[in-house]
Design a protein around this ligand. Sequence first.
Ligand code: GDP
Ligand code: MG
Length: 443
Amino acid sequence: AFEGLAQRLQGTLQKITGKGKISEADVKEMMREVRFALIEADVNLKVVKTFVKTVSERAIGQDVMKSLTPGQQVVKIVKDELTNLMGGEQNPIQFSRKSPTVIMMVGLQGAGKTTSSGKLATVLRKRHNKNPLLVAADVYRPAAIQQLETLGKQLTVPVFSLGTDISPVEIVRQALEKAEKEHHDVVLIDTAGRLHIDEVLMQELKDIRELATPEEVFLVVDAMTGQDAVNVAQNFDDAVGITGVILTKLDGDTRGGAALSIRTVTEKPIKFVGMGEKMDALEPFHPERMASRILGMGDVMSLIEKAQSNVDEDKAKELEQKFRTQSFTLDDFLDQLQQVKKMGPLDELLKMMPGANKIKGLENAKVDEGQMGRVEAVIYSMTKAERNTPEIINAGRRKRIAKGSGTSIQEVNRLLKQFEDMKKMVKQMSGMQQKGKKKMKMP
Ligand code: GDP
Ligand code: MG
């Protein structure tokens, strides 16, 4: 699932991740592509609009544009908002205080109600230590009852059925009695579906709901149906009232629209996803992990969190101020270097980058930390005056510094040149900034 969307979003975000500075135009361009990607993935148009608006506003915000890693911040925002779109936190099954907890499965024919009932019984038993009773309340097709009975046998979960001649409401009433007698703490009702939403079905479901007062009413929808799944969810919620969604067939090549739209449109959480036909293929839905998966993020979140926890915000602001007033010295340069070093071994960080696993030979990559150490040594060998006013560092001083730091005159020269270049660049940029181009960001 999600291949197309994942590919497009990853391609788009890759362009912005590494950028040391981003402009409003960069964000706009990116969001145009994100918008296309979402529409192509069959995401509800209203959802797309809101998403693009929220992300844009956050991305163009001052704290992002002025941060040390704006590209990564933007990616983090996209991921956060994707997560929010899908409901934020994982939403667990609710159990009633009084046993048994009744769970009702509703949905269109072929969506996966019966299969998901079996899967859910497995989850209830294995993960929640429950003793469920399955109830066959689809009285319109004999095959449906048989299907549930077969699953029950396979799982050794008892199935309550009374054939096809008795009303579903009566079946449920008797099932509840049996559950009480036999100490089943969960009653799982597999109801009938229709090819399309119709009044008769809705009334029947309402009647069952009224009688059984379920703690959960799970709407089972087929992810492959995209936007239709969202409409179905809305209709079922209006007519019967649902508490959550089970999105099936996510193992297929769905474009993802349903998964990304249902929560926002219906305000009902996706609680589980079906990942195959087998009885163990039901997984709790984790919005954050799904967002990560769609964005192919690897461990980039840890990376960004690491950067955020290591970069001293006040220090960063102070540096920026110095850049602006042209009072940036070699001491500040050293400071910045040490901030980077605090984050840990550079080659380890490199491996956490998204897509790093795809770069051949990276496992052997070694960042030259020795060189960083030498830069430090050179600066340490300078006097305070030299660090503040590098212009006074003449040939004689260079020789002394090289000797003191155990490096060479060439290395001292290179560092001084780098520092000068950096100052020049900063000067150019602040010049542009004064001309009103606020979007430029300091390195
Ligand atoms: P119901 O009419 O809503 O009860 O639907 P069923 O439970 O009978 O399922 C209809 C078809 O979808 C069956 O062939 C199931 O095996 C299949 N199915 C259900 N859930 C999944 C899933 O998560 N992945 C895949 N690949 N197939 C599923
Ligand atoms: Mg069925």
